[in-house]
Design a protein around this ligand. Structure first.
Ligand code: SF4
Length: 572
C-alpha cells in the first residue's frame, strides 16, 4: 500500500508512514490541499519554517492509464498568500508512484543548500554547494552527469534561491527536457527550505498497486481509443498548444499590448501553424513530443534555431501569448529565447511574460523590444534590482513602476485569455482558489458546447463552477488537462464512465457516475476553506477594475458579470 514519505530538512531525516484516513480518497491536487489543511497553519509565513512543500502523484499515477503521470506540487503560496497547486509533466510523478509514495512532504529548513536523493533503498542527503549560482540548464546537466540519465531531477534556479515570488520548480522529462511547476512562486518555498534539488531513482520498482488489473486494462483500452477520436485533440496532436494563437486571435481575445487589444497584427508570425512550418525545416526539432511516459497525445515540441541548435522545449501557447503578442513581440525565435531565459532562471513564463508587458506599459522597455526583454530576464540570474523585480512577477513589477493596469488576481498574473470575451473563463480567473490560471477551469465555446455563449453577462457562474470542479478532479486523478478536456465532449460520456471505471479498478471500490464532479467539489471546498482561514475574502475574488471599465474590441465588451453571480460560484 502506498505510503507518505516525510522529509525533515532541519534534522535531515526521512520517515515513511501510513496514509491517514483523511488523506486516502485524494491524490495529486486534492491531496496537497488536504495535507495543507491538516498540517500547515493558514496564516503562516509562506517562506517560513511552518510551511510545507508537498509533491503528490495523482490517484492514477504509476499505472498504465493514459496521460496520468502529472505531478501536483503544493504549498501555501508566497504569491497568492493562499493554497497553491502547481501542476507539471515530466518523469517525477511516475517515479514517486512506482516507489510506492502517495506524497512526499518536505518540512523544516536545511542549514545549507541541500540535494535529496530518493531511491528504493532509502533517502540520502548531500550538499548542493556546487550548484550555487548556476542556471537550471547547467544544474540539470551537472546532476545528470553525476546521477545518470535514468533518474528524474527536480530543482530550483537562481530565482528560487532568491525566493522571488514568480519562481518555479523545474522537473526533467524522460529525455531530460524541462517541464515546470510554474505558478504561484513555489520555487521560492523550495528555496526557503534550502532544498536545491531532488533526485529520484526508481530502479527496481514496479507499476503502482492496482486492485483489479483486468478491469483497469479494459477501461484504459476504451479510454485510449475514445480519447484519440475526440474533436478536441485534432489540432493539438500536430500543432500542440501553439494552435490556440490563431483561435484566440480569431475570437478577438488574444492578449495584446498588456490586454489593451485582442488581436495582434503579427499573430501569423507566432502561431502554431508558423511554428510547424519553421520547425519542419530545422534540424533536431520536434513538433510532436511527449513530456512524460504514458502520454498518448504528445502536444509538446522541441524548438531549435536555424542551425539546429536547441533553444527550448516545449514552447506553449501561454508563453507565446504573454511574452509575444502581449508585449508586441512578433518574432517566435526571440520568444523562444526569452522562454529559455525564464527556464534558466527558474521562473514562470506567464507571470514574467506578463511582468514584461507591465514593464513596457511603465516605460522601462519599449513595446516590442525583444532584445531588451531578453536582457531583462537574463538579469534575474545576476540578481540585479530590475532582475529581481521582473522575477517577482507582474503584480510586484507593476507596483514598483507605478502601473495601474496590472492583470492579476490574488497576486497571480492572468493566463492568456481576455476575460471580456471569455466571461466564464473570467469568472474562473476571479474565483479559483488558485488565483487566475488557465488550468483551473477555462470555459470555452465550440462544437463540444453548442449552446454556450462566452460573451453573455449571465449564466457564467454554473459553467465556471462545473469546469473548476472538473479540473480539480482531473488534477486529483493525475491526468493531464489535455486529456481532461476531451472528457468534456458530448460524445465522451462513455469516456467519463471509463475514467471512473479505471479509478474503481485501481482502488478496488465502486463509485457512482457523479464521482468525478463530487471529488472536484470536495477539493475546491478544502482549498476555499484554507484561503478563508488564511485571510482571503470575497474581495479577492475580483478581476482588476480595468477589465470592467475599459471597452474592448469591435464589440466594445467589458467584463460585466455581476459580483452577485461571481459570488454564487462557490458555497464557502
Ligand atoms: S498531452 Fe502534452 S502536456 Fe499532456 S502529458 Fe502529453 S505532452 Fe505533456
Amino acid at each position: 500500500m502506498a505510503r507518505i514519505l516525510r522529509i525533515n530538512l532541519s534534522a535531515l531525516t526521512a520517515t515513511t508512514e501510513e496514509v491517514p484516513e483523511a488523506y486516502r480518497k485524494f491524490g495529486g491536487r486534492g491531496l496537497t490541499a488536504c495535507i495543507l489543511d491538516h498540517e500547515v497553519p493558514p496564516t503562516c509565513d509562506p517562506l517560513g519554517s511552518e510551511n510545507k512543500l508537498i509533491w503528490a502523484p495523482g490517484l492514477m499515477g504509476g499505472t498504465i492509464a493514459p496521460c496520468s503521470g502529472r505531478l501536483s506540487v503544493g504549498a501555501k503560496s508566497p504569491m497568492t498568500k493562499g493554497v497553491k497547486e502547481a501542476n507539471t509533466g515530466g518523469a517525477m510523478s511516475q517515479k514517486l508512484a512506482r516507489l510506492g509514495f502517495k506524497a512526499v512532504i518536505f518540512e523544516g529548513k536545511a542549514k545549507e543548500p541541500t540535494t535529496v536523493k530518493i531511491e528504493k533503498t532509502g533517502v540520502s542527503f548531500g550538499s548542493a554547494a556546487s550548484l550555487a549560482g548556476l542556471g537550471c540548464y547547467e544544474i540539470i546537466e551537472k546532476l545528470k552527469g553525476e546521477y545518470g540519465d535514468k533518474v528524474c531531477i527536480g530543482c530550483i534556479g537562481p530565482a528560487g534561491d532568491m525566493r522571488l515570488t514568480a519562481s518555479s520548480i523545474m522537473f526533467t522529462t524522460p529525455d531530460f527536457h524541462i517541464r515546470v511547476a510554474a505558478r504561484g512562486g513555489l520555487g521560492a518555498v523550495m528555496g526557503s527550505k534550502n532544498l536545491k534539488s531532488v533526485i529520484v531513482d526508481d530502479t527496481g520498482s514496479n507499476l503502482a498497486e492496482v486492485k483489479d488489473q483486468n478491469k483497469l486494462k479494459e477501461n484504459v483500452a476504451a479510454l485510449t481509443k475514445g480519447v484519440l477520436g475526440t474533436h478536441f485533440l485534432e489540432g493539438l496532436r500536430h500543432l500542440g498548444t501553439p494552435q490556440i494563437v490563431m483561435i484566440t486571435q480569431t475570437a478577438g481575445c488574444l492578449p495584446t499590448k498588456n490586454f489593451t487589444m485582442g488581436q495582434f497584427d503579427k499573430a501569423e508570425s507566432i502561431c502554431g501553424e508558423h511554428m510547424e512550418e519553421l520547425l519542419k525545416k530545422r534540424a533536431n526539432s520536434k513538433t510532436v513530443h511527449a513530456c512524460m511516459q504514458g502520454c498518448i497525445i504528445s502536444c509538446s515540441n522541441v524548438y531549435t534555431d536555424e542551425n539546429g541548435k536547441f533553444i527550448v522545449a516545449s514552447i506553449e501557447y501561454e508563453s507565446i501569448a504573454l511574452i509575444g503578442s502581449n508585449c508586441l513581440i512578433g518574432d517566435l525565435d526571440m520568444i523562444a529565447r526569452i522562454n529559455r531565459a525564464c527556464n534558466d532562471a527558474g521562473v514562470d513564463t506567464m507571470d514574467v511574460g506578463s511582468a514584461l508587458a507591465v514593464a513596457m506599459e511603465g516605460g522601462l522597455l519599449k513595446w516590442g523590444d525583444a532584445e531588451g526583454a531578453l536582457k531583462l530576464v537574463q538579469e534575474i540570474n545576476a540578481g540585479t534590482e530590475n532582475g529581481r523585480m521582473i522575477g517577482s512577477g507582474a503584480k510586484i513589477t507593476g507596483e514598483k513602476l507605478g502601473v495601474k493596469r496590472i492583470p492579476h488576481v490574488k497576486g497571480q498574473a492572468l493566463s492568456a485569455y481576455d476575460p471580456r470575451i471569455l466571461k466564464g473563463t473570467g469568472v474562473t480567473f476571479a474565483t479559483s482558489p488558485q488565483g487566475a490560471d488557465h488550468t483551473a477551469g477555462i470555459v470555452l465555446p465550440g462544437p463540444h458546447h453548442p449552446q454556450y455563449s462566452p460573451i453573455e453577462p449571465t449564466g457564467q457562474a454554473p459553467e465556471s463552477r462545473f469546469m473548476q470542479q472538473w479540473m480539480a478532479a482531473i488534477d486529483t486523478l493525475g491526468y493531464c488537462m489535455m486529456i481532461g478536456m476531451t472528457f468534456m465532449e458530448e460524445k465522451s460520456k462513455q469516456l467519463h464512465l471509463n475514467m471512473i471505471g479505471a479509478l474503481s479498478a485501481v482502488a478496488g471500490e465502486e463509485y457512482p457516475d457523479t464521482y468525478v464532479a463530487d471529488l472536484g467539489a470536495a477539493v475546491l471546498e478544502i482549498e476555499r476553506k484554507f484561503n478563508k482561514a488564511a485571510g482571503l475574502t470575497k474581495e479577492d475574488d475580483r478581476l482588476p477594475k480595468f477589465f470592467t471599465e475599459e471597452k474592448f474590441g469591435p464589440g466594445q465588451f467589458v467584463f460585466d458579470v455581476s459580483t452577485q453571480e461571481i459570488d454564487s460560484v462557490h458555497k464557502n
